[in-house]
Ligand binder design. Sequence first.
Ligand code: GCB
Length: 608
Amino acid sequence: MLYPIQNNTRNKLDISGIWDFRIDPGGIGEAEGWANGLAASRPIAVPGSWNEQYEDLFGYLDLAWYVTTVTVPSSWQGQRIFIRVGSACYYGTVYVNGVKVGSHEGGHLPFAFEISEHIRWDQANVIAISVENELKPTRVPSGNMNSMMGMFASTPRTTFDFYPFAGLHRPVVLYSTPQTHIEDVTVVTDIHGAGGSVKVTVRLNDDVAGSGAVRLTGGDTRIEAGLNFVDGKAETTLIVPNARFWSDQDPYLYDLAVEAAGVESPRPFDDQYSLKVGIRTIAVQGGQILLNGQPVQMNGFGRHEDFIASGKGLNLPLMVKDYQLMRWTGANSYRTSHYPYSEEEMQLADREGFLIIDEIPAVSLQFGDEENIPVRLQVCLRQIDELIARDKNHPSVVMWCVANEPMPVGFGVGSVGEKFVSPSEAIGKEFLDTLAARARALDPTRLVTVVTVMGGPTSWMEQSDVVCMNRYWGWYTLGGELEKARAKLAEELDEVWQQFKRPIIMTEFGADTLAGMHGHPTVMWTEEYQADFIRMHLETAAARPFVAGMHVWNFADFAAVQSIARVGGLNMKGIFTRTRSPKMAAYVLREFWTGEQARAKVHTAAGS
Ligand code: GCB
């Protein structure tokens, strides 16, 4: 799915801003014509979560309506007009001038509907979007069901450990294209010695013949090739001698311009699209992850889209600041825990050289209620399809993650670290293998993983190119006993390596820490304990060359749900506070990832 752009052949109008808003707990809005305008309303920011903008809406997850008006200029007439919603969490329905044009399920991925027929030129058009975020066992992520996460999730009743923010979380745009247009572009890059190749596949929305061109530019490079469309499809490969490869150290991006034109039926056409391209490869070999054939460590964080006032809404200044803070720690990687992040995040990662594990919203899948499993499987597969369609051209995305901490029946926080046999192991494995196979089939050029829970079956790791493990030795298990935790962690890492002989990333390890709380001796919840905890993990990993990455849980404190385990409704495992002040542990990361420790590691890897 292409990101909308403005150029010679296309238009784009961002209609985000302050919209009218009204909750609809009784579900009467559609029958009463709210799609034509709201009689009573209050202002709300788009993008943004409604829960953070009004105190009385904090716990509201039911239906609500957003309405705005937009004048569409007649200079767009003759083109196809689309409305595109970056994210409506969880279920969104779009109306234009009172007419329902479509619905979408799933909170963190964009969707678009053609609305050409419904536009009133040069006049105010009423755009209404209803959104609801009910927690249901048939949704992904799920809620309102028995959960192994009970201790963390009391109100609202999620199966996962973050606040289920609701609303229009990303920009809403109108865009136009020629009638026959470039509908999709897929870029696959490869490396041959000092050179690179860029294979470009272009698909039109009509199955027509035509011609066109692709042009790659950057620095002194300018490489062009023709396109020959047959049944709406064309493909070519550009060879780039002495290419400048994209990496975390040098995130070099080329510009790729695509043109398509034709005179054939149903009508003559001419369209252009452009995007940034990074030439890189990603692979695994033994215990290493190879970026452009060279070993790379993926150091960084699990994160959340979360902030005061904006909730999960796109917040551009925060995004820039977070990248700067991550870089300051020496991080070069993160996981989009636990759902796809905004497209703007992915673009910034391309530009700033971050290596991303891109995750669908399949967090804490529960395999207890077998009746709902088939529905959830279909939702997950659709999310994989939509995510890969959206993010396949980002060089920063190096790995697809198809689930975070799927939970076997019988799993409980109390049993963490114990090995037990679960009756749901086979069901879970079939489910997860199906997801991994789907991601691999859609994109054989990237790595695929399932992030596993502490104490879960190791058979669920089998399909992962990189074994991703969330472990809480020294927190949920052996809390306050860091030396015992160190031994257990080391033992488990060695066991998993022996079993799979694949690179391991610790995708989570963390300790809740109240900023400003100190202790001597160090005890749980103090900044000193978090610092020691992080140091212990980094030391244990550094002694194991097969540990190819360390992602601390979490980059910043974030809104969770209300429970006895979450002070003030926050998960406080952040290295930074929710308002981005560093805790002591931030300096430990900086020492390991940018200081002497980091240099020592580079020398070892280079064999010097
Ligand atoms: C986990 C989950 C994450 C939680 C974290 C925690 O294993 O993947 O969503 O927030 O633990 O802090 O308990």
